[in-house]
Design a protein around this ligand. Structure first.
Ligand code: GLA
Length: 386
């Protein structure tokens, strides 16, 4: 984990002021992918990788930003919003600031220094971690805590939609804002209600395998999947008027009305409908510490994402096949948006070394590329370090 002493020190040498320190975690989703934008259910944990923001107030309404990871410093004026979608990390920060102001938070200017050990572009929500850490920092400096954590998360989603141009759901920001140590969160993405589910098995860990496959298709295909789900809803609504989102569709209703949908749209809808049911079952299994059942559901979820939603890739499939053949692995699946990124594995602690070795060996042999693998337990959401 990032050591806070050098960050403080660095901040002082850049800005000549004493900072307050804030952070928010990356996330990994145990079950429930491509359900959040269908008003459905998700079951993520906050991971032990975080984005830190050192922050000090300014007397004006300027925000100056530097990052340990990215060389280019940035600056913007809260009263003169700059152009959107500049394709840089400043989009997230200015987007967050503007989303907060739009919610009635009167911000003050700030000097910020960002440091992160959440790998960028790996599908572990480094962007939501940045948004939540910056959001908490800016609200705290302004002395305004009227936003709930769920509202802070929605502000982050607005920043993504408007400033970054990513039409994400709400899962990533909610878990980064609300994550709890030793718990997954069962989130209803319609009501934004988040229920902690104890991950109370000291003998098991979550092992994350980053294939390092860059998710080139992620954005265009993500939007296409969203449109296909919407197409399904529009068609089903004509005969099932109560349907507002795929959340409201049962498998029986979907199958009875299959003739209204193209085969592709039917498959997309089937994934979402069954994934919602799996997520409910997975939350129950986890709350009963039944990792065997949780693992079984994870593998089913992977198959559905691979075959019906078509968002996996050969590297992710190999990781899941390799992991599930190892002793000590309860379950494995791709996690997040897909087309690369990471798999999530629930693994007996004493099997971490052998499973990691098997995953590295398989990926190197087949694709000539070593993954990055790390174990995590469920961690805490956005917070100030005092
Ligand atoms: C990305 C999005 C999330 C969610 C996942 C898929 O991570 O940011 O909102 O849709 O994909 O579950």
């Amino acid at each position: 984990m990032t050591n806070l002493v050098p960050l403080r020190h660095r901040f002082r040498s850049i800005y000549g002021a004493e900072p307050r320190l804030f952070s928010a975690p990356g996330r990994v989703n145990l079950v429930g992918d491509h359900t959040d934008y269908n008003d459905g259910f998700v079951l993520p944990i906050a991971i032990e990788r975080r984005t830190f923001v050192a922050a000090a107030p300014r007397a004006d309404r300027n925000v100056r930003v530097q990052s340990i990871q990215f060389p280019k410093a940035g600056q913007f004026d809260l009263d003169r919003p700059g152009p959107k979608r500049q394709n840089g990390w400043l989009d997230y920060i200015e987007g967050m600031a503007q989303a907060l102001e739009a919610r009635g938070i009167k911000l003050i200017g700030a000097d910020l220094l960002v440091d992160s050990d959440v790998p960028a572009g790996a599908g572990l929500s480094s962007s939501a971690a940045l948004e939540m850490a910056v959001g908490l920092a800016l609200c705290s400096l302004a002395g305004d805590d009227k936003l709930t954590r769920a509202e802070l998360a929605v502000a982050g989603q607005t920043a993504e939609h408007e400033y970054v141009g990513t039409m994400c759901g709400i899962m990533d920001q909610l878990i980064a804002a609300l994550g709890q140590p030793d718990h997954a969160l069962f989130i209803d993405c319609r009501t934004l209600e988040a229920k902690p589910v104890p991950f109370a098995r000291p003998d098991a860990v979550v092992l994350i395998c980053d294939t390092k496959v860059t998710r080139e298709l992620a954005s265009s295909e993500y939007n296409r999947r969203r449109a296909q789900c919407q197409e399904g809803v529009s068609a089903l609504k004509s005969v099932l008027p109560h349907v507002r989102a795929l959340r409201d569709v049962s498998l029986a209703d979907l199958e009875a009305n299959a003739s209204l949908l193209t085969e592709t749209v039917f498959n997309r809808c089937r994934h979402v409908v069954t994934e919602n049911a799996r997520t409910l079952d997975a939350a129950r299994a986890l709350s009963e510490s039944n990792l065997v059942e949780l693992g079984r559901i994870m593998v089913e979820s992977h198959r559905s994402l691979q075959i019906e939603y078509e968002v996996s890739c050969p590297e992710l499939d190999l990781c899941v096949a390799t992991a599930t053949a190892q002793p000590g692995v309860y379950g494995a699946r791709m996690t997040g948006g897909g087309f690369g990124g990471c798999t999530v594995n629930v693994v007996a602690e004493d099997a971490v070394a052998s499973v990691s070795q098997a995953l590295s060996g398989a990926l190197e042999r087949t694709f000539g590329k070593a993954p990055a693998i790390f174990a995590t337990r469920a961690s805490t959401g956005a917070k100030e370090h005092v």
